[in-house]
Structures are given as C-alpha cells and as structure tokens.
Design a binder for this molecule. Structure first.
Ligand code: FAD
Length: 416
C-alpha cells in the first residue's frame, strides 16, 4: 500500500478502515539465503538494501522482541556527519546523503528534520579542534560553519554565555544535521524490506549459531532451526552475547545509556545543541518536549535502565549550558544497551568463520549511521567486499595498529 496525501484524504472520509498492516507477520521458513540476527535499524536497513540494491530477496530478519524494542526506538534521534577522521567522515557523510532522500525512497514519513546540529566550544584549543574538524567535514563534501558569540546570541539568546567556568566562545554548526523519528525509521525500513519480499520475523530469538568445519550453516531459534548460506549478526547492545554463540569474543563492552524527555514546551530550540565542556546534548521534539542525554552510566550492563547519579550528572550539564532547563519538568527517561568498542568506532566485516558476518560497535552514535550501515553491510554480504566508505571498519584494525579513535581516548570503551 502506497502512502500519499490523497490516500490520507480518502481513508479519512471512509472511516480509516482501508489501512493495511505495515509489514506481513511472516513465519520463519526452514532455509534462507541470508539470515540477519537483530531487527533494529541496522538489521532492517541491511535487509532493505540487500533486496533493493543487490537483488537478494531470500532474506529473513530475526528479532527476539518487537521491532523498535532495541536502541533504534530508544535513542535521542540525532543525525549528523560532523566527524574528523578519514575512516569515519566519508561514511557518515554517505549516511547523511541517504537520510536526505530516505522518506521519498521508502514512501514513509520518518520525520527527518534537518534543523541543524550546533557544537558549542568554550576554549581556544577547543575552537582550534573544531576548526580542524570543520575542514575535514568540508573536504569530504559535508557542510560546516564556525559561528562566533554574536551570531550565537542571536540564534540562542538563552544559552549561558557568561558561565564563569565554561564561557561560550562560539560553535561549529552543521545545518544539514538534525533529527529523525527513531522508531519510524525502523518501521519504514521494515515496510520497505517487506515489500521487496524479505521476511521480517518478530519474537524469534536466535539461541545458537551452527558451525560445521569452520563454515556457518544456519541458526537455532526459539521457533526452530533455520539453514542459511550467510548469517549476519546485527544485534547492537547484544553483540557480545550473539557472537558468543559462535564462540567469538568481541572487542566490545555493553553499557547503559539513558535518554530524557521534558514536558512539552513552546518551540525554543532551533536544532540540536551540544555542550562542549561536559557531556550534554539536547533537541526539541515536534511535540515540544526537550529530548536530552549525556554520558553512559559507565559500567558494564545489559539492563535497559539506568541510575540516578547519571541523571544528576546529565541535568548538571544541562543547567550549566542552558539554566532555563531547570524550570522544565522531566517527563520520561529510559535506558538502552550500547555496544561500546575499544576505539569508539564500529565494525562491518566478515568473521574468521565462513558465512558469518559482523555489524557491531556502534557505541552511542549508531542511529545516524543506520542508512549507511545497512547499505555497506548489504554490500559486504552481497559481494564479499567492503564498501569503499566502510573499508576501515575491519575487526583486525587493532592487530594492524590502525584503530579509529575519534575522541583520542585510547582503549577505554566507557570514555568514547
Ligand atoms: C539512550 C540512547 C540514545 C542514543 N542517541 C543517539 C543519537 O542521538 N544519535 C545516534 O546516532 N545514535 C544514538 N544512539 C545509538 C543508537 O541508537 C544505536 O547505535 C543504534 O540504534 C544501534 O543499532 P540498531 O538500531 O540496529 O540497534 P537495536 O535497535 O538495539 O537492534 C538490535 C536488535 O537485536 C535484537 N537482538 C539481540 N539479540 C538477539 C537475538 N539473540 N536474536 C534475535 N534478535 C536479537 C534486539 O532485540 C534488538 O532489537 C543512542 C542510543 C541510546 C541507548
């Protein structure tokens, strides 16, 4: 079923009785060409691009819960391509370009809103670092501008410019950055993949990965065994547990990241704003709520809920940069499990087991990567070669001494 303004009008006058389910409730078959473990944004996008770009339609996406139950439905929805390192920047810019055409391509309203992402800086050295990053962005074809305090005061008069400890000196703005409706991205890709013949199977947990003579032959699930030529792991925060089913130990730790939403306010924030002297990022949803977050809780966990000290820390960051946030009531908060890699960068790679592939390590920045991750993973699965913009995301980069440490924190997953 195609969506259009005319369709909404027609359904409206006909009592909205003609809408069809957005995807089929497929039952697992005994064999597929490709089985994708995890029906988050990345798994669904992979299935969609496999079918659309590479003609591989004999595909199943196996999701242990419901679509959107993982991080794709829990994140703070920020999309951007303001990276510095050559291993990252072209990939995220490729993703940004896919975002820009996503809704037309999927015929689905994912509420992609390029309302800008503004990174504030608070010292001379930070300004220099941001200028360097802006140049890297421009060189990969992305957009970037440095704003001075005068321009910022016009844009956001309510920021705390004269904070004695962290006075705001300016900002790096990417006007093409912004937000997208997180779960609608999952639903849009699910619908797109389903329309191309992919089986999207919910409540189907992978409990084992079958390996014979070094070759992956399929998976065991709570709904029976499934044979497959290729098995693609795509389980984000559960990557370590899924890889363990194949006897693999990943350079990844799972951590909790929390998100927060305030009561609805009149429009006040022009776009996404990040505090440069602490970890705090905020945007405003179309319903008016301030959507914000900060650091991970900082210890290993698979629990989808966080702790009060981090709530306090995030709110302190908010108060330091925009004191008016203290007048808003906190409405909701939740946690998600993020797959923090040793250098803060992801993996899209084959494994040492033939037919078994890995997509993981997205830390707390994988939502913006969803389109490119799906595209590049599909490219790898279909051709057995890495896509040009994802060729640095190999798992052997630590052995080669080529980590992609965007933050320069070293092998410290909880600091990336
Ligand atoms: C609070 C929070 C805020 C964030 N904010 C941002 C942001 O603003 N911008 C940004 O770019 N990124 C952000 N992220 C990160 C981003 O959400 C993730 O990196 C990204 O969603 C991970 O990919 P995914 O969508 O495929 O993951 P998920 O949606 O978690 O998908 C993985 C799926 O695998 C399933 N699964 C696990 N084990 C099995 C199994 N054995 N069998 C079958 N299925 C299984 C899970 O149920 C899950 O649905 C945030 C994350 C959190 C938690």
């Amino acid at each position: 079923m195609g969506y259009s303004a005319f369709r909404i009008f027609r359904e409206g006058i006909a009592g909205n009785k003609g809408w069809k389910p957005v995807w089929r409730d497929a039952a697992p078959k005994s064999r597929y060409d490709t089985v994708i473990i995890g029906g988050g944004g990345h798994g669904l996008a992979t299935a969609y691009y496999l079918a659309k770009e590479f003609g591989v339609t004999d595909v199943a996406v196996l999701e242990k819960g419901w679509l959107g139950s993982g991080n794709v439905g829990r994140n703070t929805t920020i999309i951007r391509s303001n990276y510095l390192l050559p291993g990252n920047q072209p990939f995220y810019e490729f993703s940004m370009k896919l975002w820009e055409n996503l809704e037309q391509e999927l015929n689905y309203n994912a509420m992609v809103s390029q309302r800008s992402v503004l990174n504030l800086f608070h010292s001379d050295s930070q300004r220099d670092a941001f200028a360097r990053r802006a140049n890297a962005m421009l060189m990969s074809g992305a957009d970037a501008e440095l704003l001075d305090v005068k321009e910022l005061r016009r844009l956001c008069p309510w920021l705390n410019y004269d904070n004695a400890r962290f006075p705001i000196q300016g900002g790096l703005i990417q006007k093409r950055g912004g937000t997208a409706r997180h779960d609608a991205v999952a639903w849009g890709y699910a619908r797109g993949a389903d329309r191309l013949g992919v089986d999207v199977i919910q409540n189907c947990e992978v409990t084992g990965i079958d390996i014979e003579n070094g070759i992956c032959t399929g998976v065991q699930t709570n709904r029976g065994p499934i044979l497959a030529n290729k098995v693609a792991m795509c389980a984000a925060g559960s990557s370590g547990r899924v890889a363990a089913l194949a006897g693999m130990r990943l350079p990844i730790e799972s951590h909790v990241l929390q998100a927060f939403v305030s009561e609805g306010l009149k429009p006040v924030l022009p776009g996404v704003i990040t505090f440069g002297a602490g970890h705090f990022y905020v945007s405003q949803s179309d319903k008016g709520g301030l959507v914000f977050g900060g650091d991970i809780d900082g210890y290993n966990s698979y629990a989808q809920r966080g702790n009060l000290p981090t709530v306090e820390d995030v709110c302190e960051g908010g108060m330091a940069v925009m004191p008016m946030i203290g007048r808003a009531r906190l409405l909701r908060m939740w946690g998600g499990v993020v797959d923090m890699s040793m250098d803060g960068s992801p993996f899209i790679d084959r494994t040492h087991i033939d037919g078994l592939y890995l997509n993981a390590g997205w830390c707390y920045g994988g939502f913006k990567a969803t389109p490119a991750s799906g595209y590049c993973y599909a490219h790898l699965l279909a051709t057995d070669r890495p896509h040009e913009v994802a060729k640095e995301y190999r798992i052997d980069r630590f052995l080669r001494g080529a980590p992609i440490d965007e933050k320069g924190q070293g092998a410290q997953p909880n600091l990336h």
